[in-house]
Design a binder for this molecule. Structure first.
Ligand SMILES: [Zn+2]
Length: 461
């Protein structure tokens, strides 16, 4: 008998690998009502896997061969949402962009877990508001008990779904993590929000078991890296742990963080010591770098120190180019640096350099796009008011992401002075040079030199 076994084994393997090839393809399709873009793009983590164009009936379809079971994202500009896919899946969705998340419905194989993740996402948007409205006021014991109640309700729904429809282990793991980490996150935020809301002058003393869930944290589960509740938890968690480490070692004692460089060094250290999984590690380090570099403008001399420390713990970060571009960009727009030589188009269609535009005058550059009507109408009003106060200053609008005809129309409709309006055709260059986050930022210059590149059009100039 035994001598036939290897042959039988081989035979079975051939047939199973064959059927694997044929059956592992995934069909993911859908209909988008009121499309805001022509495309749907499917992502695994930060990587675009495939894209497809909507047809004449606003329908799209992906046929994917042998993809890994797990969490994906699809993007229909400007929105993103999850989709959980497993081999052999045939899944359809329908959505209306007017109410993107609220209108989204999945049908087909694995509709259960996909609709569950979506409902969870929507429920938690509301719950987040309840946290701020009332729950963070509670005393620690009561808060923890309340969180347990909410969490167990969600777990019960998930377990019912599992026994009714039979979720795979992986689908269950992702749905459960989505619940667990959402509630763990509130626990991490609680001490700080409780202090803020109660007006107490120190962080409230917490019972010994307050953070008992921390023994269950998994810092190294790559299936969860792009699950929003997991990643958001990690950001809050490392904020909390870094603050507590600093309070203990450096005597911060419930005070606000004064020195951002010092605090962010703690953060780099804590992440470095706890997270080994490369992708999560890189994403969290990137988050620290962006937060630090974008928020800290009072001590630009510290940026170099920060970047040196960053290189030491995360020199091989996959996002290192992006971080260095940001760092270098910030360096080039410090006070008394020359306005960068960026090309823009004037109202007559001529290409001019912003360096020239900024010459021999005091100027404030502000930014707008036709994509957000409320945003630009508010900005135009604000600029008109500022202009009335101080006509020494030239307020200069730079438009991004609007075609020429539309741009002309908006300028005329709002009776803007066309000699003070320009349009950029290179959004990437402009945002990287002027670090256009947030869009309300404005740049103050005098005689071609930067005065403040990190001002805000709504603050006093
Ligand atoms: Zn410290």
């Amino acid at each position: 008998m035994d001598k036939y076994l290897p042959l039988l084994f081989l035979f079975l393997c051939i047939s199973c690998s064959d059927s694997e090839k044929n059956n592992h393809s995934v069909y993911f399709a859908g209909e988008i009502v009121n499309p805001t873009s022509e495309y749907v793009v499917l992502y695994k983590g930060g990587k675009a896997l495939d894209s497809t164009k909507l047809d004449g009936n606003n329908r799209f379809a992906f046929q994917l061969d042998s993809i890994k079971d797990g969490l994906y994202h699809f993007n229909h500009e400007p929105e993103f949402q999850y989709v959980y896919l497993e081999h052999n899946d045939s899944l359809q969705l329908r959505l209306n962009t007017v109410d993107f998340d609220e209108s989204l419905i999945f049908s087909g194989t694995n509709e259960g877990v996909n609709n569950f993740l979506l409902e969870l996402f929507l429920a938690q948007e509301e719950e987040e508001e309840d946290m701020y409205r009332s729950y963070y006021d509670l005393e620690p014991e009561d808060f923890k008990a309340q969180i347990e109640v909410l969490k167990n309700e969600k777990l019960k729904t998930l377990n019912d779904l599992k026994s009714e429809t039979g979720l795979s282990d992986k689908a269950y793991e992702i749905a459960k993590a989505s619940i667990d980490y959402s509630y763990y996150r509130y626990m991490e935020i609680y001490p700080f929000e409780h202090k803020r809301k109660s007006g107490e002058n120190a962080l409230h003393k917490l019972p010994k078991d307050f953070y008992s869930y921390r023994k269950d944290i998994n810092y190294n589960n790559e299936n969860l890296n792009y699950l929003r509740p997991y990643y958001d938890f990690m950001k809050s968690h490392f904020g909390n742990v870094s603050y507590m480490a600093c309070a203990e070692k450096c005597g911060l004692k419930g005070k606000a963080v004064g020195n951002q460089l010092h605090f962010n060094e703690h953060k780099l250290h804590v992440i470095d010591s706890l997270v080994k999984e490369k992708e999560l590690r890189d994403n969290l380090f990137r988050n620290v770098a962006f937060n630090y570099l974008l928020k800290e403008h009072n001590h630009p001399e510290n940026n170099e120190i920060f970047i040196d420390k960053f290189q030491k713990v995360s020199g091989n970060n996959v996002h290192i180019k992006e971080i260095e571009t940001l760092y270098n960009g910030i360096r080039k727009i410090q006070p008394s640096e020359e306005v960068p030589d960026i090309k823009v188009i004037d109202f007559n269609g001529n290409e001019v350099s912003l360096k020239e535009v900024a010459k021999n005058k005091k100027a404030v550059f502000y930014f707008w796009s036709s994509a957000n009507k409320n945003h630009y109408e508010d900005i135009f009003k604000r600029v008109a008011a500022l202009n009335a106060e101080d006509d020494d200053i030239s307020f200069i609008g730079i438009n991004v992401k609007t075609d020429e005809k539309n741009w002309n129309g908006i300028i005329q409709n709002h009776r803007l002075d066309p000699s003070k309006q320009y349009r950029s055709e290179n959004f990437k260059e402009l945002t990287e040079t002027f670090i256009l986050i947030p869009m309300n930022k404005c740049i103050i210059t005098e005689d071609g030199l930067i005065v403040d590149a990190f001002s805000n059009i709504y603050s006093t100039l």
